[in-house]
Ligand binder design. Structure first.
Ligand code: COA
Length: 166
């Protein structure tokens, strides 16, 4: 595995990037998505539709805190953040890197950009969540200084009898 490639540029995201960000998410994020697991259990709105709506809101509400990694004009990674002002906390909401370029330091660099952004805003804390099944997250985030707080159990139940179609 090489280090990060010099020809990768990281820049602030713009609303026009949404389509590429959603495509990258669809390709890379399924295993990291709670909504994908719920969809597998119960059906309902496809996880990527839910994630696309969330990403759109994040880009609209906090464009200065969202970054994309670009290689030869193609978006190969992104990070989105939100600010919880009352807690003086920046939250890394979503991050993904194209599987063909994972393991080269792009994720680490994107998180570094988000943390710099939080510091420039004078925030006191940074937060990120990951699933217990996400081995990369549980290696990467502590290696950047994040400390585990707690593990949370998520429950879901349908409110109608409609069964998931197989
Ligand atoms: C998480 C993600 C963004 C990281 O991006 P990346 O560019 O590969 O990250 P980096 O190359 O900066 O670092 C990855 C680190 O994880 C390590 N790693 C890779 N696979 C691993 C595994 N199976 N178990 C543990 N660590 C692993 C790498 O060795 C590297 O650590 P190092 O820098 O100490 O060597 C990327 O894996 C991804 O898009 N995953 C799918 C979506 C996702 O899970 N998003 C996060 C949701 S919380």
């Amino acid at each position: 595995m090489g280090k990060q490639r010099d020809d990768i540029v990281i820049r602030t995201a713009v609303s026009h990037d949404l389509k590429s960000i959603v495509k990258l998410t669809e390709n890379e994020f399924r295993n990291a998505s709670m909504d994908a697991k719920i969809e597998d259990m119960l059906g309902g709105t496809p996880w990527i539709e839910i994630k696309a709506a969330v990403l759109k809101t994040e880009l609209e509400k906090n464009p200065d805190g969202c970054f994309v990694a670009v290689l030869e004009g193609e978006i190969v990674g992104y990070i989105t953040t939100i600010i919880v002002s009352v807690a003086s906390r920046g939250v890394i909401a979503n991050i993904a890197v194209s599987s063909k370029l994972q393991g080269r330091g792009i994720g680490r660099k994107l998180i570094g950009m988000a943390l710099e952004h939080f510091k420039k805003l004078g925030l006191h804390q940074a937060k990120i969540e990951t699933l217990a099944s996400n081995q990369v997250g549980q290696h990467l985030y502590p290696s950047l200084g994040f400390r585990e707080v707690e593990r949370q159990v998520h429950y879901i139940m349908p409110l109608s009898e409609k069964k998931k179609e197989s």
